[in-house]
Design a protein around this ligand. Structure first.
Ligand code: AMP
Length: 274
């Protein structure tokens, strides 16, 4: 595996890859969720590129940019063992100049749910994903449904800007307990991890309700609220269609149920596509 840190090195390494390329952008502290994306890419492409970049422009003032887990050595080993061809780990200066132009998230989809409390987060996310996709120029790029709003906004960006890449949505990988894997789970102690289970349990409850033909969004949200009693605060529970429009009634095949909540100082998100 080639590890590159500079754009010129990256371009040179990339120019030697003759064949289909799968790309997985990450912020590192890799876990089995990331690994599932990497494995899928290796299966489906001749070459696989992973990037690790903790993108400053998607963190708001007061968020965890400084404390975000950084585990370059372990991450490198994980990628190497998995069979990644190029690992790209740029410094901030490689990715950003001063007086940058920014790409704005759409006014509705970019500023609801995670974008409501984290106003501007998705502008920074789209800015870096655009840069990374242009650099890696992959055949396919892999993103987790764990970050559904991110995934939908990236798909929209790729469509709107006529970018020549196939966006591949990947299933959420969970701990055996049901907790959705996340680099931010490293912030949780055992007691907090136990309380964090309320997120996936609330989604399981919602799924059970739908399976028993309860489609009323308001009622499902009420029941989810009861299960989420143990978290420190609920940021949102939402039932939307696949375009992130709130809906009153679940439509199987075109619904996402999403939840965001705080446990201690950690903000957690989870969702299920129904
Ligand atoms: P991150 O390093 O958190 O920016 O995540 C990089 C990519 O991995 C994103 O596309 C995430 O949606 C995806 N990802 C993170 N956690 C999971 C998970 N538990 N299951 C599947 N994909 C995930």
């Amino acid at each position: 595996m080639l590890i590159v840190k500079r754009i010129d090195e990256f371009n040179e390494a990339k120019s030697k890859l003759k064949g289909t390329i799968g790309f997985i952008p990450t912020m590192g502290a890799l876990h089995d969720g990331h690994l599932s994306l990497i494995r899928k890419s290796i299966e489906e492409n001749e070459f696989t590129i992973v990037s690790i970049f903790v993108n400053p422009t998607q963190f708001l003032q007061g968020e965890d940019l400084k404390s975000y887990p950084r585990r370059e050595e372990a991450d490198t080993r994980i990628c190497d063992l998995a069979g990644v061809d190029i690992l790209f780990i740029p410094a901030v200066k490689q990715m950003y100049g001063d007086d940058e132009l920014s790409i704005g998230a759409p006014a509705r989809r970019g500023y609801i749910l995670d974008g409501a409390k984290r106003a501007g987060h998705f502008d920074g996310m789209l800015q870096i994903v655009m840069k990374l996709l242009n650099l890696a120029n992959p055949t396919k790029a892999y993103f987790g449904k764990k970050d559904t709003q991110q995934l939908l906004l990236i798909s929209q960006m790729v469509d709107s800007y006529f970018m020549d890449v196939e966006i591949m949505p990947c299933e959420i990988i969970r701990e055996p307990s049901g907790l959705a894997m996340s680099s931010r789970n490293l912030y949780l102690n055992q007691e907090q991890k136990d309380r964090a289970l309320a997120l996936s349990k609330s989604l399981q409850k919602a799924t059970q309700m739908v399976l028993s033909h309860e489609m009323d969004a308001k009622y499902i949200i009420e029941e989810m609220n009861k299960i989420l009693i143990g978290v420190d605060s609920i940021e949102y529970i939402a039932i939307t269609d696949r375009g992130l429009k709130q809906i009153e009634s679940v439509v199987v095949g075109n619904t996402v149920i999403l939840v965001a909540a705080w446990v201690g100082q950690t903000r957690l998100i989870d969702n299920i596509w129904i």
